[in-house]
Design a protein around this ligand. Structure first.
Ligand SMILES: NC(=O)c1ccc[n+]([C@@H]2O[C@H](COP(=O)([O-])OP(=O)(O)OC[C@H]3O[C@@H](n4cnc5c(N)ncnc54)[C@H](O)[C@@H]3O)[C@@H](O)[C@H]2O)c1
Length: 253
């Protein structure tokens, strides 16, 4: 039995890494997929990979940090497939590393605008539709850094803590409207993000990151997707306002 047959699943940042693998996993479970992401040379190729699992998939170019763009994108999703059943608010960046006392305003705002305001922008418009439907599931991508600090990443840490606060508050507000809202807190996962923040290039950096996890390895995007499918489908029907840590033991140390 497929777990998301005919459900419309909206995924931000679905062209790469965790979002892409979640999109493929949801398509395998029978969902219609809407990928919202920045323009990319790979968009057609990635959409093709998703369509192999379910041809009912579309890509919409969208910058999640832009309130009006997000509103229009979610409207296209609803107009195309007739409902918005599941949203994975996943788009995010690592940002420029710096101690708080040396961080530029630009570096701070770049991460907050995408990783925190972007999740608000999405929830704001997703919930407007889900409230009318009286059903829906939202999964927000936080991080282990939504629970603890990480030196030189105050913008990222603050944004991911904020995502958990948003998740818990909205879960309370919509608990009797048939809408469940949860967050996932991955440890470090092997995706292009790690290359973008220089972890794969710097001598010893990757090993130091691996060593932060008691399992002594990075996570795989598929392991995050397994958690996403669980939270997206009825297997988690009594779960709302929680955080699912998929972190190789990172937060237990
Ligand atoms: N990789 C990790 O170690 C890790 C760990 C914990 C949490 N996360 C979180 O998981 C999420 C996905 O990360 P990933 O590792 O797959 O990264 P990734 O870089 O592989 O993918 C991120 C995607 O988000 C998109 N994106 C970036 N800015 C955007 C914007 N303004 N509007 C729309 N789309 C935008 C990118 O184009 C890309 O497709 C992020 O929120 C990240 O913070 C990642």
């Amino acid at each position: 039995m497929k777990k998301l047959t005919n459900k419309t699943v909206f995924i931000t940042g679905g062209l790469s890494g965790i979002g892409k693998v979640c999109a493929i996993a949801a398509a395998k479970e029978g969902a219609n997929i809407v990928v919202a992401d920045m323009k990319s040379a790979d968009s057609e190729k990635t959409l093709g990979e998703i369509k192999k699992e379910n041809p009912k998939a579309i890509f919409i170019e969208c910058d999640v940090s832009k309130f009006n763009q997000v509103e229009g994108t979610i409207q296209i999703a609803v107009d195309t497939f007739g409902s918005l059943d599941v949203a994975l608010n996943n788009a995010g960046i690592g940002g420029v590393a710096s101690k708080v006392g040396k961080m530029s305003e630009e570096a701070w705002l770049q991460v907050i605008n995408i990783n925190l305001n972007g999740v608000f922008n999405c929830m704001r418009h997703e919930l407007a539709h889900m409230w009318k439907q009286k059903s829906g599931v939202i999964v927000n991508m936080s991080s282990v850094m939504g629970k603890v600090g990480f030196s030189t990443s105050s913008h990222y840490v603050a944004a991911k803590h904020g995502v958990i606060g948003l998740t818990q508050t909205a879960a309370l507000e919509y608990a009797t409207d048939g809408i469940r809202i949860n967050a996932i807190c991955p440890g470090f996962v092997d995706t292009p993000l790690l290359t973008k923040i220089g972890i794969n290039d710097r001598e010893g950096a990757k090993q130091r990151i691996i060593d932060l996890h008691p399992m002594k390895r990075l996570g795989k995007p598929e392991e995050i997707a397994n958690g996403f499918i669980f939270l997206a489908c009825d297997d988690s029907s009594f779960i709302s306002g929680t955080t699912l840590e998929i972190d190789g033991g990172y937060l237990s140390e």
